[in-house]
Design a protein around this ligand. Structure first.
Ligand SMILES: [Zn+2]
Length: 307
């Protein structure tokens, strides 16, 4: 293992563009509390979490009701922290037929963890989710898309822990995350490992690679534009789009952190009032499915689980 040098130049196995996908896109939901987001990490310390108002059960229930009205199944990348404190909502996600996947234990970014700490935390999170749901968890998403060339060793650990895919890379330039050099389509990150990486959707426009997968940009932009960019990105990659969102984005009544810098507060709160309406439109405008069904299965059906 080497935490300093990028290991990608010889290990990325790109997948050809001849996979037969159906017409669905992937709907993914990162389940975390409103106070655990990257935008607040400088002002809300982990030891203050216990004093903060939990809103995640209300928020996830709201999303589950909306999804069920359209009979849409999604992938819920969930923190072990949330699972340990709110097992009922985890059961509800699994019993509703959604895919339960892992978002780590407590939202620590990967570059802050050693391999041992990463394995200990992630294994704990996976076990919590599997024990509650009674189902095996095969998908992983790094907190804040913090997987990049500097922590490539993570894939070895994920494979060892029994994960089959990761959806942790945003191949863009961004102040908080991103790996611009990464492939834009699903790829095998390490020769010989049984693990597939499914990157977030991007759209190349006039030489710039735009993040079009959802999150803050989707809240900020009017629906017609966010929707159009997402669709164009998916078409450009000839791969189903990967949309991501969070339960806290649908809850304008959550507390505001006044001591947070303006930029952080803006990032967190912008557009929350219109997100329920935007989600209804998205669910009407496209067909959706889980990460496992829409991308992981078609790729491995054709290629096996290894390059
Ligand atoms: Zn997250």
């Amino acid at each position: 293992m080497n935490n300093d040098a990028p290991l990608i130049e010889t290990s990325i196995q790109e997948i050809a563009d001849d996979i037969v996908y159906d017409h669905r896109h992937v709907l993914s939901i990162d389940v975390e509390e409103w106070f655990q987001v990257g935008a607040y990490e400088a002002v809300i310390h982990e030891n203050e979490w216990a004093d903060k108002e939990s809103r995640v059960e209300y928020q996830v229930s709201l999303l589950l009701d909306i999804l069920s009205a359209y009979n849409v199944k999604a992938t819920f990348f969930t923190l072990g922290y949330v699972g340990a404190r709110h097992p009922d909502i985890i059961k509800k996600i699994a019993l509703s037929g959604h895919e339960l996947a892992c978002h780590g234990l407590d939202h620590k970014r990967l570059f802050n963890l050693s391999s041992d700490a990463f394995k200990r935390d992630t294994h704990k999170a996976k076990s919590i989710l599997e024990d509650i749901s009674g189902k095996s968890v095969i998908g992983y998403r790094a907190p804040s898309f913090s997987l990049s060339e500097n922590v490539w060793w993570v894939y070895e650990d994920l494979a060892e822990m029994g994960f089959s895919y990761s959806s942790s890379i945003y191949p863009v330039e961004h102040d908080h995350y991103g790996m611009p050099a990464a492939p834009k389509r699903p790829f095998f990150p390490n020769a010989g490992l049984d693990i597939l990486e499914i990157p977030m959707t991007t759209y190349k426009l006039m030489g710039k690679t735009l993040p079009v997968s959802g999150g803050g940009y989707f809240r900020l932009l009017p629906y017609f534009l966010g929707n159009r960019l997402f669709r164009k990105g998916a078409n450009q990659q000839a791969t189903p789009g990967v949309f991501y969102t969070h339960p806290w984005e649908y809850d304008p009544d959550q507390p505001t952190i006044k001591q947070a810098p303006f930029k952080s507060r803006f990032r967190h709160h912008v557009g929350q009032n219109s997100m329920v309406q935007k989600l209804h439109k998205l669910l009407r405008d496209y067909e959706w499915g889980t990460m496992e069904d829409v991308i992981y299965r078609p790729v491995t059906d054709q290629y096996g689980n290894k390059p």
